[in-house]
Design a binder for this molecule. Structure first.
Ligand SMILES: [Fe+2]
Ligand SMILES: [Fe+2]
Length: 179
């Protein structure tokens, strides 16, 4: 992180702060969705187990970002446009999640969330590429791969649950997806 921190210091600090705000919101949103799925049994049990693992990875991302920001000496840099955008977007998703009870719709919300999650880490990776910072590139690439895995899982969930309203038909596919 040293090289990218030296060459693009304010840019990297503001992107890390945006990421941090987003990961914090993702933690809340995954928590809320898990709460709503609690009463669903059958295949949803294994779905919940997988979503809990994703939530733990989001928590690890949050903690890692806090560490990086501490090391760079960059606290929240006021309310940048990017940060405001991230906060507004997370509030919108969180609000939609609060009033939603249909699992298929909840999975689509998670899908939208993960699209942004992937995009956010891609941006950081690009910045590390430009600064030719191998260490930062590796750290961002590793987390980007985790986000791509989140995206694959929730997009499968969203597709399967939208395609079939009959739980029995979705059982095997959902369980496979969470294996
Ligand atoms: Fe994330
Ligand atoms: Fe994610």
């Amino acid at each position: 992180m040293r090289k990218v921190g030296a060459t693009h210091r304010s840019k990297v600090i503001s992107l890390l702060n945006e990421r941090l705000a987003f990961e914090r919101a993702a933690l809340q949103i995954y928590g809320g969705v898990l709460e709503k799925l609690r009463s669903f049994g059958g295949p949803y049990q294994s779905v919940q187990a997988r979503l809990r693992l994703i939530r733990e990875e989001e928590r690890a991302h949050e903690e890692w970002l806090e560490e990086q920001l501490r090391a760079l000496g960059g606290g929240p840099d006021g309310e940048s446009d990017g940060l405001l955008r991230v906060k507004a977007e997370s509030r919108r998703v969180e609000g939609a999640m609060m009033v939603e009870h249909d699992p298929a719709a909840l999975f689509r919300l998670l899908l939208g969330l993960e699209v942004s999650d992937v995009g956010g880490w891609e941006l950081l990776l690009e910045l590390a590429d430009r600064a030719q910072d191998d260490e930062a590139r590796e750290a961002f690439r590793q987390r980007l791969e985790e986000e791509q895995e989140h995206f694959r899982f929730v997009s499968h969930l969203a597709a399967v649950s939208t395609g079939s309203r009959i739980l029995d038909e979705t059982v095997i596919t959902l369980e496979d997806a969470s294996a």
